[in-house]
Design a protein around this ligand. Structure first.
Ligand SMILES: NC(=O)c1ccc[n+]([C@@H]2O[C@H](COP(=O)([O-])OP(=O)(O)OC[C@H]3O[C@@H](n4cnc5c(N)ncnc54)[C@H](OP(=O)(O)O)[C@@H]3O)[C@@H](O)[C@H]2O)c1
Length: 316
C-alpha cells in the first residue's frame, strides 16, 4: 500500500521540471533528446561514464549535483545474449545499480520512472501479460530486469515501472535496422515466425513524455505502479520482416532477390533462452484518457525503414 505522498513541484506545469534521463545515448534516450525543446522541462542526459549504474559512488555523486524532480531510467545492459556470459556486469547495472538509484532517489524525494521489459515474463505461457501478473523470466537479462523492478517497488515510495517490448527506432541497434541490412546483403534470410511479440516504437514514448510525467502525478496516491507501453496489436518477427521487405521494394523501386524464410524459434540458435510468447497487454483506454497516443507499429516500421535506409546503404 502506498503512503500519501506530497510530490514536490508537480502542481505547477509552467515551472521547469528538472528531468534526469539515464541511458540518454540509447534508442529511446535519443528520441527524448529530439523532443527536449518541445517541453518546458530542463533535461539532463549524462553519459554512462558520468553516471555509471555499475558504480554506487557514481550514482550518489551525480544525484548530489542538482535538485532533480524526475529520473527516467532507460539505462540498462540490454545485450540479451551477452548477459548470459557477462552475468556480473548485467546484474550490477540492471539490478544492483537500480536498487542504489531507487534508494538515493527516494531519500532525495526525486520521482522515479524506471523502464523495464517484456522479458520479465516467458516461462508461464499466459500472454498477453497484464502489469501485475506473476513474473517468470527465462533468461539472465530478464531475471536482472525483474530484480531491478522489485528493487524500485521496494525502495522507492512512488516509483513506477514502465515495460517496453521489442523497441525499435531509427537510432541504435534493433531488429528493423538489422533486418534492412540482412535483406539487402543476403540471398536467404531466416526469421522466426512462431514467437508472438509486442512492439514499442521509441518515438511514441518520447512524444508523450509530458503526459507520462503527468500520469505519474495522477497516480501518485494509487496502487498502480506498473504499466505496459506497446503499440496496438501484436506481431511476430516474421510479420515485421515481411513489412520491411515490401517497404524496401517500394522505396528502391525494384524487386528484392532475397528469400525470406520463416523458421521456428526452436531452430534459431542463441545463447539466451527465449520465450514463445511475451506479449504485453497495454491499456489503451487508460492512456487515451490521459492524452497518450500510440502510432500503429506497421506505419512506424515503414517510417524507420525510410529514415534508416540512406545510412545503411552507405554502410553496406
Ligand atoms: N531494446 C529493446 O528491445 C527493449 C525491449 C524492452 C525493454 N527495453 C528497455 O528499454 C530501456 C531502453 O532501451 P534502449 O533500447 O533505448 O537501450 P539501448 O539503446 O541499448 O541503450 C542502453 C542505454 O543504457 C546505457 N547504459 C549502459 N550501461 C550503463 C551504465 N553502466 N550506466 C548508465 N547507463 C548505461 C547506454 O549507455 P552507453 O551508450 O554509454 O553504453 C545506453 O544509453 C532499457 O531499460 C531496456 O531494458 C528495451
Amino acid at each position: 500500500m502506498k503512503k500519501n505522498i506530497q510530490v514536490k513541484d508537480l502542481e505547477n506545469y509552467n515551472k521547469n521540471l528538472k528531468v534526469l534521463v539515464i541511458g540518454g545515448s540509447g534508442q529511446v534516450g535519443t528520441e527524448i533528446k529530439n523532443q527536449k525543446y518541445k517541453t518546458n522541462f530542463e533535461f539532463f542526459f549524462p553519459s554512462s561514464k558520468e553516471l555509471n549504474l555499475a558504480d554506487q559512488g557514481s550514482i550518489k555523486n551525480f544525484l548530489n549535483n542538482d535538485n532533480f524532480d524526475y529520473i527516467i531510467n532507460l539505462g540498462a545492459y540490454t545485450d540479451v545474449n551477452g548477459a548470459e556470459k557477462k552475468r556480473d556486469i548485467s546484474k550490477s547495472i540492471n539490478h544492483i545499480g537500480v536498487e542504489i538509484l531507487s534508494k538515493e532517489a527516494d531519500t532525495k524525494n526525486i520521482n522515479l520512472i524506471h523502464i523495464s521489459t517484456d522479458y520479465v515474463f516467458g516461462e508461464t505461457l499466459r500472454a498477453p501479460f497484464h502489469p501485475n501478473d506473476n513474473k517468470s523470466p527465462v533468461n539472465f537479462y530478464g531475471l536482472t530486469k525483474s530484480n531491478g523492478e522489485n528493487a524500485v517497488l521496494t525502495n522507492h515510495k512512488s516509483g513506477i515501472i514502465i515495460r517496453f517490448s521489442s523497441v525499435f527506432s531509427q537510432y541504435g541497434t534493433n531488429f528493423v535496422k538489422n533486418m534492412i541490412k540482412l535483406l539487402l546483403t543476403n540471398p536467404h534470410v531466416r526469421v522466426v515466425s512462431d514467437q508472438k511479440i509486442s512492439l514499442t516504437f521509441a518515438k511514441d514514448f518520447s512524444t508523450n513524455i509530458v503526459q507520462i510525467i503527468d500520469l505519474y502525478k495522477k497516480n501518485i496516491n494509487t496502487n498502480e505502479r506498473i504499466f505496459h507501453f506497446c503499440s496496438p496489436g501484436f506481431s511476430t518477427w516474421y510479420s515485421v520482416a515481411k513489412i520491411i521487405f515490401s517497404e524496401l521494394e517500394i522505396i528502391l523501386q525494384r524487386s528484392l532477390d532475397t528469400e525470406l524464410i520463416p523458421i521456428k524459434l526452436s531452430e534459431w540458435k542463441s545463447d539466451a533462452k527465449r520465450s514463445n510468447d511475451t506479449r504485453l497487454y497495454t491499456d489503451f483506454d487508460y492512456y487515451l484518457k490521459n492524452d497518450i497516443k500510440f502510432s500503429s507499429w506497421e506505419d512506424s516500421v515503414k517510417l524507420v525503414v525510410r529514415k534508416a535506409l540512406p545510412q545503411i546503404l552507405d554502410e553496406i
